[in-house]
Ligand binder design. Structure first.
Ligand SMILES: C[S@@+](CC[C@H](N)C(=O)[O-])C[C@H]1O[C@@H](n2cnc3c(N)ncnc32)[C@H](O)[C@@H]1O
Length: 436
């Protein structure tokens, strides 16, 4: 069967490929790259299909590499990038998306023809056709690892996560919870908003627009708006709401911040938590935000302006913050740089971008920043450490070490791992201390 390259099925898959290339080659985040790549498709069903394929391909990359490795005669890494992406996209349709084999293969072949110079089109088409047909023939007897013999590899391949992440989580959470977390980490979460002001008004507006909006389970300012596009919501444009996961709202509440407090947010870009803190402290308090990267500092300023709150943003390094010597705050938040594995529901590629050695180097940075955070918290004030991840090295171990180093100066008052399976939020860890 041949498929014309302007066929809508090919067009949707080409949009998915554009998104995958932007993420894998360009380093883009999928939650931005996918909506952008599919926006030009005229039909809503094609847009949904292309998004689904792009996210699934990014999410299941390890399993796709494994399955393709069974039928390839050379390592998948040796296949030139455009054809490798087409193989991934074809394989995900065979393994996960229930697309009939003829449609998955013929559209992949059409894409392969136009992915290489004209002189090599025939060879590329034959290669992709052969690999995908071989894989299709083996679908019913793929050698999935036995869970009793190789539980890590079994979980890795059946939940779409790298083996090192599985091993790390098994050590911290045990078998059943690890599987539950990893499976929930694959469920796209839908939009959540933080509302500044009247939540009922925003809920009513969203429902009027046909969105099945509900209040968040725990946070008093959150709204779940499944299927909504934040770029089209008047409440967002007018600064009455901003996209934010409920986990981030709960971190801000865990800081114990109150009206009139003077707050330091040591890693403030892009400003979700800084602007939330600013809304709570009000005009009698203050929020000072430090951020290393100027473009992310600008995002804090833009969000603050849109939401009508004040954040004093300073470009600088949290390990040597641009503050006066001896200046201390009622509340300090260190929402530190981390592996970001807990945001896998929105950015499934992050798990494949990260390497085990990142955990140790980020944890070292977090420890140095925490020492600064302790220094900058006034006696009697509160300090919160948070990260959007769940590796032991970036969470409980960092906190245990802080208590060993500075247990005479800080006491732990709350420690919590938010989870997608039990809390319906991103995987965010927080620990709040009181400064003695
Ligand atoms: C997890 S994000 C913070 C998210 C933010 N609190 C929010 O809610 O929008 C960590 C931030 O730390 C910044 N960062 C990384 N290294 C830093 C450093 N040495 N000093 C200050 N900021 C840093 C990153 O650019 C990033 O914006």
């Amino acid at each position: 069967m041949t498929v014309a390259v302007d066929d809508t099925g090919v067009r949707a898959r080409r949009a998915a490929l554009t998104a995958i290339a932007a993420v894998e080659e360009g380093g883009a985040y999928s939650n931005l790259a996918v909506p952008e790549a599919v926006a030009g498709l005229p039909d809503a069903r094609d847009r949904a299909f292309a998004s689904h394929l792009a996210y699934d391909t990014l999410r299941w990359r390890g399993t796709l590499d494994w399955a393709l490795g069974l039928v390839l005669t050379r390592p998948i890494g040796d296949v030139e990038a455009p054809l490798r992406r087409i193989l991934h996209l074809g394989a995900v349709q065979l393994l996960r998306s229930g697309v009939p084999t003829p449609a998955a293969v013929s559209t992949s072949v059409a894409l392969a023809r136009s992915a290489v110079p004209a002189g090599r089109a025939k060879g590329a088409a034959g290669f992709v056709n052969g690999v995908l047909r071989n894989l299709a023939r083996r679908l019913d007897d793929l050698p999935w690892p036995d869970p009793d013999v190789d539980p890590v590899q079994h979980l890795a391949l059946t939940t779409a996560h790298p083996a090192w992440v599985v091993t790390d989580l098994l050590g911290r959470f045990g078998d059943a919870d690890t599987r539950a977390i990893l499976e929930a980490d694959n469920d796209p979460p839908g939009l959540t908003l933080r509302v500044a002001g009247d939540r009922d008004r925003v809920l009513a507006e969203l429902r009027e627009a046909g969105i099945d909006a509900t209040a968040t389970a725990t946070s008093p300012e959150g709204v779940r708006a499944p299927g909504a596009d934040p770029r089209r919501l008047p409440a967002v444009a007018e600064g009455r709401a901003t996209p934010q996961d409920e986990a981030s709202m709960l971190v801000v509440r865990a800081t114990r911040v109150a009206a009139g407090d003077h707050v330091l947010d040591l890693c403030s870009g892009p400003g979700g938590k800084a602007t939330h803190l600013a809304a709570i402290v009000g005009a009698s308090g203050s929020v000072t935000g430090v951020e290393l990267h100027p473009h992310r500092a600008r995002l804090v300023e833009e969000t603050a302006a849109r939401m009508g709150v004040a954040v004093d943003v300073r470009i600088g390094d949290a390990t040597a913050p641009p503050l006066q010597g001896g200046e201390v705050f009622d509340v300090v938040l260190l929402d530190g740089p981390c592996t970001g594995l807990g945001t896998g529901r929105r950015r499934p590629e992050v798990r494949w971008r990260r390497q085990p050695e990142d955990v140790a180097s980020l944890a070292r940075l977090q420890r140095r920043m925490l020492d600064v955070a302790v220094e900058r918290t006034r006696p009697g004030g509160h300090l919160t450490f948070s990260v959007c991840t769940w590796t032991a090295g970036e969470t409980t171990e960092v906190v245990r070490d802080l208590l060993e180093r500075a247990g005479d100066r800080v006491g732990l008052v709350e420690e919590r791992q938010l989870r997608p399976d039990t809390d319906g939020t991103d995987g965010m860890y927080l620990a709040t201390f009181r400064r003695r």
